[in-house]
Design a protein around this ligand. Structure first.
Ligand code: 5GP
Ligand code: ZN
Length: 112
């Protein structure tokens, strides 16, 4: 999608601090980090939100899930990490390109 922020990050037309990318997935630093480590994992394919996932995405989602702990380890998060998916207006989603927040480090805020 041409007017989608995270499609632009994924195709490098919008500058971002990318920490990992492959043929299907891009991981980059959140521009307004809420913790010492705050990354966003996105599929290159435009999917608006978790609510739009379909069985055709099963392989992609499995890859994203298995990649998360690998990226966390690469970032030095040996003690654990938090993943968040905001979905829709009620879930606080601001960017409508499916993404998984990966957060960790000493400044991780409480979950309340
Ligand atoms: P959401 O609320 O949709 O789950 O989260 C969107 C996230 O994208 C927010 O944490 C916000 O800081 C981040 N964000 C918004 N615009 C940009 C941008 O242009 N570049 C990067 N790297 N992150 C962004
Ligand atoms: Zn997109």
């Amino acid at each position: 999608m041409t007017d989608c922020l995270f499609c632009k990050v994924a195709d490098h037309s919008l500058a971002s601090d990318i920490v990992y990318e492959d043929d299907q997935i891009v991981v980059f630093k959140d521009i307004y980090p809420k913790a010492d480590v705050h990354l966003l994992m996105v599929p290159r394919q435009h999917i608006a939100s978790l609510a739009e996932l379909d069985s055709v995405h099963d392989g992609l989602i499995a890859r994203m899930m298995r990649l998360l702990p690998q990226i966390a380890r690469q970032q030095g998060l040996d003690n654990g990490f938090r993943t968040i998916i905001n979905t829709g207006p009620g879930g606080g989603q601001e960017v409508y390109h499916f993404h998984i927040h990966l957060l960790g480090g000493g400044s991780l805020p409480g979950f309340a």
